[in-house]
Design a protein around this ligand. Structure first.
Ligand SMILES: Cc1ncc(COP(=O)(O)O)c(C=O)c1O
Length: 410
């Protein structure tokens, strides 16, 4: 059967992408070693230490069915993507990783792989706006119903489950933009008790700060556009699973639906992965210091950050995460104050997205969460005065100086 028709779309079997040493790295090495080495070993013919960009859509066959290394057509598999997918699996301590053209393409593939029309999903009531839009405006029309709940409230999750029809519990932790923390291990048992699977969007934490599969989740998804890529230069998504039957189902749909990234994008994402650990340490340090600064600023009414002892799930975050992350949200009290701050920053960039080396500042109500109805936004605490910061890697004093001058104008 041809690779484009076969269920699995199994990636190629070129030796240096599947070296036993790589497998050993995956099992035993520390996070940074895996980030740097997993998925690829130096090319045996040239010694190239970095996976080449295979800008090819198809592969010459040695006679009918004679595929070299299993490669047949680049929607099904491409060596640059194979290397990235190996790295993604290793970072999340999963068995198989899958790369997608965007985080939303990854989410859609998971949803339409693992559910059918007429079924139901429990979703976070403060999920990323684009995720909310996907569930509400796309999947619902296709026949997949959803119930939004506070995903950190286990009783609310239990009562939202519809026995027999809930196929997935979907979690984000920390959530975007309010940085609520969900208990992954507890959610996994609630989902499993109901015969459902737990999917965790691990975008905000990154695999460096938490590994949901090790805590019992069945599927991890990412917008690799964020911390995993890390340099604001590529859009991408990922899915990682441990269960090989589940992997087959995802592989089939990745190939059948076709939302895959090109080799240039895979190269950039994989390059970002190599420094994920060191970047995350600095993101966390800078965020903690910016939180200290904002918490004592008279114009800031409230700061949302899981590292604050006053955060409602601080103890859980301490247990579940290696660090508290690079995302901060804070309340300025009014749209006008938020607007003045956002218009006043000079070093910080007013922009969508997060997780890049540069510090970004945004206004969730009119930007990332504009697709959430205003009433619902306000009920959740995503007010007009809420501002979100993705702390980058700049010198802390420069960040504080810019925030000081911009807050002076509020
Ligand atoms: C938590 C989260 N999940 C998923 C996505 C969607 O990813 P992408 O923009 O790569 O499609 C985003 C984008 O901001 C996000 O913040």
């Amino acid at each position: 059967m041809s690779n484009t028709e076969r269920g699995s779309g199994v990636p190629g079997q070129v030796d240096h992408y599947r070296d036993p040493v790589t497998q050993e790295h995956r099992q035993k090495s520390g996070f940074d070693t895996r980030a740097i080495h997993a998925g690829y070993d130096p090319d045996p013919t040239t010694g190239a230490v970095i996976p080449p960009i295979y800008a090819t859509s198809t592969y010459k066959q040695d006679g009918v069915g004679g595929l070299r290394g299993g490669y047949e057509y680049s929607r099904s598999a491409n060596p640059t993507r194979t290397a990235l997918e190996g790295a993604l699996a290793a970072l999340e301590e999963g068995e198989r990783g899958f790369a997608f053209a965007s985080g939303l393409a990854a989410e859609d593939t998971v949803l339409r792989s693992l559910t059918s029309p007429g079924e139901h999903v429990v979703v976070p009531d403060d999920a990323y706006g684009g995720t909310f839009r996907l569930f509400e405006k796309v999947e619902k029309r296709w026949g997949l119903d959803n119930t939004p709940v506070a995903i950190s409230d286990l009783d609310a999750v239990r009562s939202a489950i519809r026995p027999g029809s809930t196929r997935l519990v979907w979690a984000e932790t920390p959530t975007n933009p309010l940085l609520n923390i969900a208990d992954i291990a507890a959610l996994a048992s609630v989902a499993h008790d109901a015969g459902a699977m737990l999917v965790v969007d691990n975008t905000f934490a990154s695999p460096y700060l938490q590994q949901p599969l090790s805590l019992g989740a069945d599927v991890v998804v990412h917008s690799t556009t964020k911390y995993v890529g890390g340099h604001s230069d590529v859009v991408g998504g990922a899915v990682v699973v441990r269960d090989l039957d589940l992997a087959e189902v995802i592989a089939f749909h990745q190939n059948a639906m076709g939302g895959v990234p090109g080799p240039f994008d895979c190269f950039l994402t994989h390059r970002g992965i190599k420094t994920l650990g060191v970047r995350m340490d600095r993101h966390c340090d800078n965020a903690e210091r910016v939180v200290e600064f904002l918490s004592s600023h008279p114009k800031v009414a409230h700061v949302y950050y899981p590292g604050l002892p006053t955060h409602p799930q601080h103890d859980l975050a301490r247990r579940q995460m290696r660090g508290f992350g690079g995302m901060i949200a804070f309340e300025l009290g009014s749209l006008e104050s938020a607007r003045r701050l956002l218009n006043g920053v000079r070093l910080l960039s007013l922009a969508e997205s997060l997780g890049g080396v540069e510090t970004l500042i945004s206004h969730p109500a009119t930007m990332t969460h504009a697709s959430v109805p205003a009433e619902r936004r306000t009920a959740l605490g995503i007010t007009d005065g809420l501002v979100r910061i993705s702390a980058g890697l700049e010198d802390l004093e420069d960040l504080k100086e810019d925030l000081t001058q911009a807050l002076d104008g509020v």
